[in-house]
Design a protein around this ligand. Structure first.
Ligand SMILES: *[C@@H]1O[C@H](CO)[C@@H](O)[C@H](O)[C@H]1NC(C)=O
Length: 466
């Protein structure tokens, strides 16, 4: 009886929300483009773009090794727990041992410095970025297109080491190629962190848009996963005239209507999803309990980032455990049943530690986690930016082990101009890091669609439908 009453109430609530959300598409929020996030009130704008190389002082590495050699003995994992209680401490020991005795930062730092890096001050923060130009033969007619490539948490620009050359090397069957700008998000790695509250994902979109303007790019392509996906998708709302196309490898709609359709779909699946993909979203009880199981970190970071941040800032073992757990489970949820988290199935230990090092040597784990607090709060929800449809040409590359799946029908309610949607054959959350070739190919194909359209438009003078 109560169950029926509950369902009826839910449906009434849902229907009313649905109609009210259709009735009013929120206005595009007005986010100041000159908000100052750095110290002081100084409005003096230093527009210098300075070359940058990673050069970590020896004392930091010595201190790290001293801490690693004093790691307390970790409690044994429960019998056959794998990584289901979190990181497996026995496996973590072997990672820590490798980190202390074999991992060579001098060599790794040289590799990370392989691509040109710069810093420039945007809204009071020094923003770090790779800027990699393509190798185009002189006199060639290949068009160079700017691409803003954006990482998320707990990632960094380390994730892009393998995909960058796949984007900056011309392909014989395409007459375009990319000039890659891959920034460290504010508060992440070598970019400065805000010193006052309020720098959420929408405000970060403004910072990165300003970065592109600083570099002289008034219109560009974007690619992103995780926070990079939200931050670049926001650009389609805030700066539709500045983006040619948005390519995402994590596609979400956080509009209230998406939740409502998801619930409707559990009664009438044909409303939301095809049979082929049904099990990726339903039964809801299964997927929602999985989501609860995996999202504890999110609640923590969205509420008390500085508390957990203290522990992770002070202990390299803790930091590695916290970050590497995500690289296991988010790459493939099945990996958590193995003692070694099958971490090395898709990554090598050096590149995994490079990413941990970016957080360690810059002491940025706390500031990186604050992005959750700044994005899951009233101020952000009141912007209602997640409920505004995006009309920019957009692509979703859906990797089978992505942590969260929404059907094409649901995605289309947010991404009004999704011109490409592909289900990729393998890969998880860290697509650029794990499957650089698949992701790069998917991106090239998306840009091919837009550029072809562009050409026909120029030839025929007809306006583009994109
Ligand atoms: C690390 O690599 C550098 C450069 O190859 C080398 O000179 C140095 O001896 C290595 N350090 C260790 C501890 O192996």
């Amino acid at each position: 009886m109560w169950k029926i009453v509950f369902i009826v109430l839910l449906v009434i609530f849902a229907v009313s929300r649905l109609f009210s959300s259709y009735a009013d598409v929120p206005e595009v929020p007005n986010i100041p483009t000159d908000q100052h996030w750095g110290p002081g009130e100084s409005r003096i704008v230093n527009t210098n773009i300075r070359p940058f190389k990673i050069d970590v002082p020896k004392e930091i590495i010595d201190d790290l090794n001293a801490r690693l050699s004093r790691t307390r003995s970790l409690r044994k994992p429960l019998d056959s727990a794998g990584w289901t209680y979190g990181v497996n401490s026995e496996h973590l020991q072997t990672v820590l041992e490798y980190w202390r005795t074999k991992y060579n930062w001098t060599e790794r730092q040289t590799l990370l410095n392989k691509y040109p890096q710069f810093k420039t001050n945007i809204q009071g923060l020094d923003i770090h970025f790779y800027h990699v130009k393509p190798t185009v033969p002189k006199g060639s007619s290949v068009k160079v297109l700017p691409l803003l490539l954006v990482h998320g948490w707990p990632g960094s620009v380390v994730e892009f080491q393998k995909i960058i050359p796949l984007l900056t090397t011309p392909r014989s069957n395409n007459d375009f190629v990319f000039e890659v700008i891959a920034p460290s998000l504010p508060g992440y790695g070598f970019s400065d962190a805000a010193i006052r509250p309020g720098l959420g994902n929408a405000q970060m979109s403004v910072v990165l848009k300003n970065l592109m303007s600083r570099l002289g790019f008034e219109k560009f392509y974007t690619q992103g996963g995780d926070w990079g996906s939200l931050i670049t998708a926001n650009m389609g709302v805030l700066f539709p005239d500045s983006v040619f196309g948005i390519h995402l490898n994590a596609c979400f709609s956080f509009a209230p209507s998406a939740t409502i359709w998801t619930i409707f779909g559990s009664f009438v699946p044909s409303l939301t999803i095809s049979d082929e993909h049904w099990s990726k979203m339903y039964p809801l009880s299964h997927h929602w309990s999985r989501m609860l199981e995996e999202s504890g970190y999110l609640h923590l970071q969205a509420t008390k980032p500085d508390t957990i941040g203290t522990a992770l800032t002070d202990s390299p073992a803790g930091l590695a455990a916290y970050i590497l757990e995500k690289f296991s489970t988010w790459t493939n949820p099945e990996f958590r049943f193995s003692k070694d988290g099958r971490l090395l199935e898709k990554f090598n230990i050096d590149e995994l530690l490079d990413n941990v090092m970016v957080y360690w040597v810059t002491n940025s784990i706390t500031t990186s986690m604050r992005l959750y607090s700044e994005s899951f709060n009233k101020a952000h929800f009141n912007l209602r930016i997640d409920s505004i449809p995006i009309h920019t040409p957009l692509a979703c590359a859906i990797f089978p082990h992505e942590i969260f799946y929404q059907s094409e029908a649901i995605l289309r309610s947010r991404y009004a101009n999704m011109i490409q949607i592909n289900h990729l054959p393998r890969g998880g959350h860290f697509a650029a890091f794990e499957e650089p070739q698949l992701l790069a190919d998917d991106f090239w194909s998306f840009v091919g669609l837009i550029e072809k359209k562009e050409k026909t438009t120029q030839k025929t003078g007809k306006s583009s439908e994109l």
